[in-house]
Design a protein around this ligand. Structure first.
Ligand SMILES: C[S@@+](CC[C@H](N)C(=O)[O-])C[C@H]1O[C@@H](n2cnc3c(N)ncnc32)[C@H](O)[C@@H]1O
Length: 249
C-alpha cells in the first residue's frame, strides 16, 4: 500500500472512513488495473482522494497513464484535500473536473473521450447512479471496466440491479459486504427461492416478477449484488439492444 494511503487511513476520523473506499475495495480496483490494459481512468467522487490514490499507485508505473476525477465539491467541501493528497504521492497526471457528473460526463462524451476503467462513487441517489452509469457505459471502451462503490446502499443497489441485466455487461469481481443481518436475509431468500422454484418456473418470468422481488426469482445474480460493497462490470460488447428491450429484474 502506498505510504500516503496508509497515513490517511491511520489518521482518519469516522467521517472520512464512512465516505472513503475501504482497503478491500482499493485492492479490487488494483486487481482490475493490473489484470486489464488500462491507461485512461476516470472516477466520479474524488473526496479526500483515497480511491484516486489506489488508482495512481498502480497507474504510476504505466507510461501515458492519465486519470480524470469529477467532483463539484473538491474545493468547497474538501478544501482541495483530494488533489493535495495526490500531489503528495507524486501524482502529476490527474485532471480534476470540478463540476457535477451530470454536466461533466455528457461533455466528455461529446468531446470523444474514451476510458479503460471507471469508478462510480459520487452522489448515491438512484437517479444520479442511473445517469452516472449510463454515461460511464458510453465512455468506457469494449473490454474496459466500470466499478461501482456502495452497492450495499439501497438506492445504488437498485440502479446496479438494472445494469446487471444488460447483455453487454458482465460482473467480473466484487468485494464482500455481509453483516450478520444481511447474511441471514440472503440465506433465507435462497431457501425461499428454492421452495418457490416450481411455482416461478410454471408461472414464467413475467408473472413471477409481478409478485416477487428479483432477489427471490434470480437469487444468483441479485444475491451477489446484495452481499457486495463494490462490484466491477466488464463491458463485453457494444450496446445493441432494440428500443423495446427489457429484461426482468
Ligand atoms: C463517497 S464520496 C467519494 C469517496 C472517494 N471515492 C474516496 O475513496 O475517498 C462521494 C463524493 O461524491 C461527490 N459528489 C457529490 N455530488 C456529485 C456530483 N453530482 N458529481 C460528482 N461527484 C459528486 C462528493 O463531493 C464526494 O466527494
Amino acid at each position: 500500500m502506498h505510504p500516503v494511503i496508509e497515513e490517511i487511513y491511520s489518521s482518519a476520523d469516522d467521517e472520512l472512513l464512512a465516505s472513503a473506499i475501504s482497503p478491500d475495495e482499493g485492492s479490487l480496483i488494483q486487481r482490475i488495473l493490473t489484470s486489464h490494459e488500462c491507461t485512461r481512468t476516470i472516477e466520479i467522487g474524488l473526496a479526500n482522494g483515497l480511491s484516486a490514490l489506489f488508482i495512481w499507485d498502480i497507474q504510476r508505473a504505466k507510461p501515458g497513464a492519465h486519470h480524470v476525477a469529477i467532483d463539484p465539491f473538491q474545493t468547497k467541501d474538501f478544501g482541495g484535500r483530494g488533489m493535495a493528497n495526490l500531489a503528495r504521492a507524486g501524482c502529476d497526471s490527474c485532471t480534476l473536473i470540478e463540476e457535477g457528473s451530470e454536466i461533466a460526463l455528457p461533455a466528455l462524451l461529446k468531446s470523444g473521450a474514451k476510458f479503460d476503467f471507471a469508478l462510480l462513487d459520487g452522489f448515491h441517489t438512484f437517479d444520479q447512479t442511473m445517469v452516472d452509469f449510463y454515461f460511464l457505459n458510453r465512455l468506457v471502451r469494449i473490454g474496459g471496466v466500470i466499478a461501482v462503490d456502495d452497492v450495499n446502499n439501497r438506492s445504488v443497489n437498485r440502479a446496479v440491479r438494472y445494469f446487471a441485466t444488460l447483455p453487454s455487461l458482465r460482473i467480473i469481481d466484487s468485494t464482500p459486504f455481509a453483516g450478520p443481518k444481511r447474511r441471514m436475509l440472503n440465506t433465507s431468500k435462497k431457501i425461499a427461492s428454492v421452495l418457490l422454484r416450481p411455482l416461478t418456473y410454471a408461472a414464467g418470468p413475467a408473472i413471477s416478477f409481478e409478485y416477487l422481488d428479483s432477489s427471490v426469482v434470480r437469487p444468483g445474480l441479485v444475491g451477489l449484488l446484495d452481499s457486495s460493497s463494490m462490484v466491477a462490470f466488464e463491458k463485453i460488447d457494444d450496446d445493441i439492444r432494440s428500443t423495446n428491450w427489457y429484461d426482468y429484474l
